[in-house]
Every structure is written in C-alpha cells, then in structure tokens.
Design a protein. Structure first.
Length: 252
C-alpha cells in the first residue's frame, strides 16, 4: 500500500500577488507493505488505544495532547487551542526572500511537493519565468498539517517544486570541523579514481534492489515455488590504503 498526501489547495503570497496552487506530493513510499501477524494462528495484530488508569479502550475523540513538564504531570492542549497558536495566514505559502540554492546545504532538504494550478494563470507562468531567468529560489514559510515550515520554491521543467527545510536545531552537525590528514600520493590516486568513475545522475537507472527481491519472493511464494536468495559477492579485503586505491584503479 502506497501512502500519498492528498491534494492540498493553497496560494503563493508574493508581495501583493496571490497565486492559487494545488500541492501534490512528489514522493511516494515504494516499500512493500507487510502486516504483523500472530506467529501461532496467523491473525492480524491490532493496536488498541488503551488507558491504563481507566482500564478501558479510548476513542479518538476522547484523546487530547499533553506536555509532560515533570514526571506524570501534564499541561493539556485541545486541538482547537493548538490551531489558535498557528501563525497568521497559515494557509498561505508566504515568500520572504530570494536566494541562491547553492547557499543551502542539501542536508536541510526534507520533503518535496509539486505546485500546480487548476488552470493556466498568468501569475503562475510569470513567477516560473522570473525564477528561471534569475536562477534564484524563493525562501518561504507555511504550515503543512500541524507543522510550521520554512521552505524553498524552485523552478523545474515540471512546474514549481516546494521543498520543506529542516530547522537548524533539527540538524545534528558536530561542534568541531573535520581535521584532515592527507598523504599527497594517496590523494593523487583518489582524485584519479574519482575522475575515472565520474558520470551523470540518471535516476531511471537506479532500482531498489531490496524491494525488487521482496516482490520476486512474493511472486514465487504465490506460485508455490522456492524463493531464490541472491548470491552475495565476496569483496577482497585490503588493509593498506595506498594498495586499495591502486587496485581500485586497475579494477574496472
């Protein structure tokens, strides 16, 4: 089963210009879905929302969120109260500034969505062309679901793509910079190896090998056949770094 976020209606706020858009998730989960079964009888395992204090199952409408400020002591927040705390114009994608995408470390990128329009609009086309010509991305802020995000909007041949960003406190960079201890001869071999194996990013060539193996195994089991296990290649172990680089260059 593939879970995809339903289409979300919003608008891009650009100065006094508002561009109505529909947000579609670009990413889908390609993993094969498994259910958890009781090993003894092969029946589904269910997850029940249960109150240990009241000794009974609890319905969704009877559940609220609580912040534990000390052990077993909570501040409660109903959904309506949390909604009131959302920023103003939370249904908009409000542009803050325009920046070079090279300034953003890719580690900050989270999820991507395609922003399209229900019908051709002059404002949307103009915004696309302006981003394309200036080679800039728009830094913006918005709320998706119950979470506030900063994000970037960038021009692509498919339309405008919105990518949400992690906040700095969510990215666990170390406090100290990497110290480099490099041997010039080994560096020369490493650079040669990089140049020899350089190529282009062609995503259509990259397959999820593990999921493909699972799907083949499912197909074999359905046909009553034996599941064939892929053979693992034995890699040569070389402890000396210089020797490992030399052998890697000789090995195509």
């Amino acid at each position: 089963m593939v879970m995809i976020m339903p289409n979300v209606h919003s608008n891009i706020s650009f100065g006094l210009v508002n561009i109505p858009i529909i947000m579609n998730s670009l990413i889908k989960n390609n993993d094969t879905a498994f259910n958890q079964l009781h090993k003894k009888c092969l029946h589904r395992i269910k997850y029940i929302k249960y109150c240990e204090h009241c000794k009974k199952e609890v319905a969704d409408e009877d559940i609220i969120k609580g912040y534990e400020y000390e052990k077993d002591a909570y501040l409660t927040f109903p959904k309506e109260e949390l909604d009131d705390l959302k920023p103003e114009n939370d249904k908009e994608i409000e542009i803050i500034s325009f920046i070079n995408i090279s300034e953003i470390d890719p580690v900050y990128f989270e999820k991507s969505y395609l922003l399209k329009t229900e019908k051709t609009t002059k404002a949307y086309d103009l915004f696309c062309e302006a981003l394309r010509q200036e080679k800039k991305v728009a830094l913006a802020k918005t709320v998706l679901g119950s979470k506030f995000y900063f994000c970037i909007l960038r021009f692509t041949n498919y339309g405008i793509v919105l990518t949400t960003l992690y906040f700095q406190e969510e990215v666990n960079f170390p406090d100290t910079n990497l110290k480099k201890d490099v041997n010039p001869k080994e560096l020369d071999l490493a650079i040669k190896l990089i140049k020899e194996r350089s190529g282009k990013f062609e995503p259509n060539k990259y397959q999820d090998e593990y999921q493909n193996n699972i799907k083949e195994a499912i197909d074999a089991k359905l046909k009553g056949q034996k599941v064939s296990t892929p053979k693992k290649k034995q890699k040569e172990q070389v402890s000396d770094l210089f020797e490992a680089l030399e052998k890697s260059l000789k090995k195509k």
